[in-house]
Each structure stands twice: as structure tokens, then as C-alpha cells.
Design a protein around this ligand. Structure first.
Ligand SMILES: [Zn+2]
Length: 311
């Protein structure tokens, strides 16, 4: 499919599925989510924004995990398409924008906010103001857990002012990229016990390679994912909740079978992430652990067959 026709097709579709209006406290409401369920099966093609990664050969995709302190930010460069999964806390905009500049990325096709905690959306306003973001995707949150932070309302106001297309993800939804595809494996549910359990869980597949992004999901979500029969195997596992002791169970590691596990966390953080229990489970699973607190940002490059790390 040519770039011009792809863009036109996508524009047309997106314009018909906007999650409006942006009433405070209403964006993640059940009504909006239900209104979008019928569209869950749509597979769109992303990858024509003008965002371009650098240093990649044709056919290569890069998955990067940024050292954004005690927060989450991952970036997938897949051909011409750029996907960001979470965007750090309010203090990490400089780091994230610097990364994008270094890579020659001037637009983001899809920005997933796995859940509305400030260490996952905190730099969104700066990124939206500095970089063209084609679409933002949120998770579904029960009314009882709707966030009330000023930063959250500021994000909603900015999205509305910039007229950025927004949607609420559903399980099974797919986003076709130029190289590979992102699938939604988990998107919260009505009786989520907390916001972490509402985290989007996303899977990126390209050829024979896959990466799993857990947001801040912990044991309860892992258990439901395993019971659901979802495709969980992956080469790279972005560990849930920054390497908390309550995430990345031995059973889940066995189901995923990753060669590499990535923990996004800040140096000497007050929560003690990554926990000793988590580190031990990863070691016992035989996976290599990458920590952004001690190792900094890490990238992996794949052409769908080979997979190599990049410092
Ligand atoms: Zn978090």
C-alpha cells in the first residue's frame, strides 16, 4: 500500500472514531469505552508520519527503553512508523525529547498511555507541544478510579486544544505498523482493583520476534493473561511495575520465556525497584536482566529474525 493512500485511509477512519468530548473525569469512562468496542477489530496501518529513526537498515526495527528516571518510556521505530509506550514523569521530558532528536524522530504515530499514573504520562504535555503526535491511546478505567491529579487534567486540556485524536483501547485491537504489529492483550476491566491493574499490556510482533510491554501490571493481571490463553511468548519482556516484587511471577516468566527482561526504574529510587525477589526470579528463569537505573537506556534491533542489543 502506498504511503499516500495509507495516510488518506487512516485519516478517514480516525476522524470517525474520535473519543469526544473531553469532559473532565469522563475520558476513561465506561460509556466512551463501550462506544469504541465495535471498532476494536479495525487494523490500521501506521507508519507515514515523517518520523524516521536513524542508524537502521531497511527492514530493521528498533525497540528502545529509555532511562527516564523512576518512570516508564519505551519507543518502537518500525520503518517509517514510531510508537511510544508511556512517556515518563514530569521531569523526563528533556531526556525523551533529546532521544527523539538524536534519532531524527519528529513525529509519533501512536502514543500509548498504559494507565493514568504520572510516571507514565508525566511528560505527555511537553511531548505533545514539541512533537507531532498523530494519535493517543488510553486504557479503560472504572469510574471509581478516575484520576484527579492536576497534571491529568492538563493533559486532557492539551489534547483537546491540539485536537489530537484519542481512543480507548480494547483487548484484541491491532495496530499494523510498516514493520510488525502491536496488539492489545489487556486493557483493564470494570472491577480493576487499582490503576496498575488497568494497565494496557501490549505485544509487538515483527517476524519471528516479539516484545511484551506490561505497563505496571502485576500478578493479578499476569494470572488473567495466562488463563485467557493470550499469546505471551516473547523475546523481550518489559517487566511490570518497574521490577516490583509483586510483578513478574515465576509462572509468568515461564509462560513468556523471555531471553531478555527490562526493568525501567530510577537509580536509588525510594521504592527499592527492582526488588530482590524480582531479580532472583529473572535469574532463575535464565533471562538476562537490563536495568535502566544502573545500565541506562537500552535498545534492541531486529529485522524479524536476528535480534541484537544496542548500548
Ligand atoms: Zn509506574
Amino acid at each position: 500500500m502506498g504511503k499516500r493512500s495509507s495516510r488518506m485511509t487512516r485519516r478517514t477512519r480516525v476522524s470517525g472514531r474520535r473519543a469526544r468530548p473531553f469532559r473532565r473525569g469522563g475520558l476513561w469512562g465506561a460509556g466512551a469505552a463501550l462506544g469504541l468496542l465495535a471498532l476494536a477489530a479495525l487494523a490500521l496501518v501506521f507508519g507515514f508520519s515523517g518520523g524516521r529513526g536513524s542508524g537502521l537498515d531497511p527492514g530493521e526495527a528498533r525497540i528502545s527503553f529509555l532511562d527516564s528516571g523512576m518512570s516508564d518510556c519505551s519507543v518502537i521505530e518500525a520503518g517509517g512508523g514510531v510508537v511510544m509506550i508511556d512517556c515518563g514523569d514530569s521531569g523526563s521530558a528533556g531526556e525523551i525529547l533529546g532521544f527523539l532528536e538524536d534519532r531524527g524522530i519528529d513525529a509519533i504515530d501512536l502514543l500509548f498511555i498504559t494507565h493514568p499514573h504520572a510516571d507514565h504520562y508525566g511528560s505527555a504535555v511537553d511531548i505533545l507541544e514539541s512533537c507531532r503526535v498523530e494519535q493517543v491511546v488510553f486504557t479503560s478505567v472504572p469510574d471509581s478510579l478516575q484520576p484527579t491529579a492536576d497534571g491529568y487534567f492538563q493533559l486532557l486540556d492539551t489534547l483537546e486544544r491540539l485536537d489530537t485524536p484519542v481512543e480507548i483501547a480494547s483487548v484484541g485491537q491491532q495496530y499494523q505498523l510498516e514493520l510488525g504489529c502491536i496488539r492489545v492483550l489487556w486493557a483493564g476491566e470494570e472491577d480493576c482493583e487499582d490503576l496498575n491493574a488497568c494497565s494496557l499490556v501490549l505485544r509487538y510482533d515483527y517476524g519471528r520476534r516479539a516484545a511484551l510491554f506490561m505497563g505496571d501490571a502485576e500478578f493479578s493481571v499476569e494470572k488473567k493473561l495466562m488463563e485467557s490463553g493470550a499469546e505471551l511468548w516473547a523475546d523481550i519482556l518489559k517487566a511490570g511495575h518497574h521490577g516490583s516484587r509483586y510483578a513478574t511471577s515465576a509462572d509468568f516468566l515461564s509462560a513468556v520465556g523471555p531471553g531478555m527482561v527490562v526493568a525501567l526504574c530510577g537509580l536509588d529510587n525510594q521504592y527499592g525497584f527492582p526488588s530482590e525477589e524480582f531479580i532472583q526470579r529473572v535469574q532463575e528463569a535464565g533471562a538476562v536482566l537490563y536495568r535502566t537505573d544502573t545500565g541506562g537506556s537500552i535498545s534492541f534491533v531486529t529485522d524479524g529474525n536476528y535480534l541484537r542489543s544496542e548500548a
